[in-house]
Design a protein around this ligand. Structure first.
Ligand SMILES: NC(=O)C1=CN([C@@H]2O[C@H](COP(=O)(O)OP(=O)(O)OC[C@H]3O[C@@H](n4cnc5c(N)ncnc54)[C@H](OP(=O)(O)O)[C@@H]3O)[C@@H](O)[C@H]2O)C=CC1
Ligand SMILES: O=C(O)C1=N[C@H](C(=O)O)C[C@H](O)C1
Length: 249
């Protein structure tokens, strides 16, 4: 356990906010100093770090508030950001320490490395890449933040920018699959916590790399580990690869 610190929870009454609350309450090195949701104010001066699972709009607003008042540090788990909102978070991280990730699980962050490794070695002229994800019926964004991170890992492995190779969703008469594209497919059903698969397919064989989340406390535990890590960091935009020590400076 690390030294005592004070944490706030943004999106506190949501599914993830409640999971984070449970994880924090079970630790004796953290005091929960603020819990807030849409339209509520909180005394951020009581917090060393805020853990935020809310919405992209709320995360951007919170980051701006933290910049204006010079802290606290942030852990952002919300997904579904537009490119403009991504840029707002990047700007905030010039003066604020922020860990942002579409997935705080250890398994997914290992999977990212495996996907990059495979994509680097499988010739795009022979191998297609598709990212598949399934989530609960209440999820509002697609593809999931994790699927996009996996797509980015695949694109990095190929040395290309995901923005330029992302396939449009297949629907109707969509024509033959274009070589080198990375596609995404999403399912929404029941209470599925989070399923992700990266499919590599050639004419002769397929390779599938998959992760299943069994309980969302998994994400909460990772976010709390990120909070303990980030509260003493210099300003910057970090992710779970940094927290886990997978990316050395
Ligand atoms: N990175 C990761 O590992 C994970 C990320 N997520 C992502 O986290 C986000 C939240 O997911 P989940 O908990 O399932 O969603 P929920 O809809 O259950 O919770 C979202 C919460 O955010 C609150 N909220 C909305 N606006 C604000 C605001 N301005 N300030 C503070 N709180 C606000 C909502 O309050 P109200 O209901 O009053 O509007 C609600 O309590 C999603 O983007 C999801 O994709 C989820 C799981 C893991
Ligand atoms: O909304 C969720 O539930 C989840 N969202 C994250 C995502 O968009 O990837 C992470 C996890 O899969 C659960």
């Amino acid at each position: 356990m690390s030294a005592l610190f004070h944490a706030g929870i943004s999106g506190a009454r949501g599914r993830m906010g409640r999971a984070v609350s449970q994880v924090l309450d079970a630790r004796d090195d953290v005091v929960v100093a603020a819990r807030f949701d849409w339209g509520e104010t909180a005394d951020l001066s009581l917090c060393d770090v805020v853990i935020d699972f809310s919405t992209p709009e709320a995360s951007v607003a919170l980051a701006k508030t933290c910049v204006e008042r010079g802290g606290p540090a942030l852990v952002i788990g919300s997904t579904g950001f537009t490119p403009e909102q991504d840029a707002e978070i990047e700007a905030a991280a010039r003066t604020l320490a922020i860990v942002r990730s579409g997935n705080f699980s250890l398994g997914v962050n290992i999977l990212i490395g495996l996907v990059e490794h495979a994509a680097q070695r499988l010739d795009p002229r022979d191998w297609d890449i598709e990212v598949l994800e399934a989530h609960h019926r209440r999820k509002v964004d697609a593809p999931s933040g994790t699927a996009l991170m996996l797509g980015e890992a695949a694109a990095n492995g190929r040395g290309v920018d995901l923005k330029t190779v992302r396939a449009a969703p297949y629907d109707g008469i969509h024509g033959e699959r274009e070589t080198g594209r990375i596609g995404f497919a999403s399912l929404r059903a029941g209470g599925i916590v989070g399923e992700h698969t990266v499919l590599f397919a050639s004419e002769d064989e397929t390779l599938t790399l998959s992760h299943s989340a069994i309980d969302r406390s998994l994400f909460a535990k990772g976010a709390v580990a990120a909070a303990a890590w980030v509260r003493t960091r210099r300003p910057g935009l970090y992710d779970m690869q940094d927290v886990l020590g997978f990316r050395q400076a």
